[in-house]
Design a protein around this ligand. Structure first.
Ligand SMILES: N[C@@H](CCC(=O)N[C@@H](CS)C(=O)NCC(=O)O)C(=O)O
Length: 307
């Protein structure tokens, strides 16, 4: 029987929206655990050993961190409707990298700056701390929003050009990860009280494409308390690993390592390096409460260090 994935997320999280759409695309049922949007996140870090970002996908005692690793796991486990196809996989990876850096960050700064007064102040404090910075003043948030709007206006025509071939989706072989990666940043324009999606008005083709992506839906979401997800991790055992790849640029398999994202000053996860392939690393945590938990991370964007 096919497992039911558990997604640790919160509603206004754009990276979670990418995975909710991936669930919809594959027609999956899934369990939704509501995580806090700011620290502390005691249940999430109890599961992950320190990784605090959202979303996290869990299947029993396997914990998938980062949407890129989550998407690869989804395609391995539910291959019938692939999120990426061999002929356009490179294109999808390159598009995703552009979308989640050059397109996403100006949008995130614009939206949170415009909403400086409508958002819980703790969110501004928490997000500044993610970059090792003190909390910005509302005036600074608004100044950053103005500058970011200029960047957003420069990036949006790129999305138009990506659709200039006249097809329904960004890539010629149908909808998938590239669409969801570009979409979730644009979706964030409408995530808070002051809706910023009017910046899309000069881009009707982008709006029509966004409506097609949104129509894919989220699959069937079933709420789950965090304690139940932790109990599932304690009950389960990590699944057998996919084929390994030997890479002598990384610490040897079996050694103690730490893994952390490069783009945030957040806590590292430590454990034994269990397996490495071209795209992902797996680190086994021997958790005092949960037992063996396999942590899955992407190689791109993460630093793996020998301890
Ligand atoms: N590269 C990560 C980025 C994830 C990310 O930045 N998520 C945001 C929420 S959308 C986050 O973790 N914000 C801080 C938090 O929620 O604690 C991925 O693809 O999953």
């Amino acid at each position: 029987m096919s497992p039911v994935p558990i997604l640790h997320h919160y509603d206004f999280s754009p990276f979670s929206e990418k995975i909710r759409l991936a669930f919809g695309f594959k027609g999956l049922d899934w369990h939704a655990v509501e995580a806090p949007s700011v620290m502390p996140k005691p249940d999430l870090v109890a599961l992950t050993g320190g990784y605090r970002h959202i979303p996290v996908m869990q299947i029993g005692a396997d914990v998938f961190c980062d949407t890129r690793t989550i998407a690869r796991a989804l395609d391995r486990l539910w291959p019938a409707r692939p999120l990426v196809r061999p002929a356009t996989r490179g294109l999808a990876t390159a598009l995703e990298a552009w979308a989640e850096r050059d397109l996403f960050w100006p949008i995130a700064r614009y939206v949170t700056g415009v909403n400086a007064d409508t958002i819980d102040p703790q969110l501004h404090v928490d997000r500044a701390a993610l970059r090792g910075k003190p909390a910005p003043s509302p005036e600074r948030l608004r100044a950053v929003a103005r500058r970011s709007l200029a960047q957003v206006r420069a990036e949006l025509p790129v999305v138009d050009r990506l659709l200039a071939h006249g097809g329904a989706w960004l890539l010629p072989d149908g909808p998938g990860q590239a669409d969801f990666a570009v979409y979730h940043g644009l979706w964030f324009l409408g995530a808070f009280t002051v809706d910023c999606s009017d910046v899309l008005a000069p881009h009707p083709a982008v709006r029509s494409w966004m409506a097609r992506v949104a129509a894919i839906g989220h699959g069937r979401r079933m709420p789950m308390p965090a304690a139940e997800a932790l109990a599932a991790a304690a009950r389960g055992a990590p699944a057998p690993l996919p084929p390994a790849f030997d890479d002598d640029s990384l610490p040897p398999v079996g050694s103690h390592v730490s893994v952390r994202p490069d783009d945030y000053t957040t806590e590292a996860v430590t454990g034994r390096l269990a397996q490495v392939d071209h795209d992902d690393v797996r680190v086994l945590r021997d958790d005092a409460v949960l037992g063996a938990v396999m942590m899955h991370f992407p190689r791109i964007g993460y630093t793996i260090r020998a301890l």
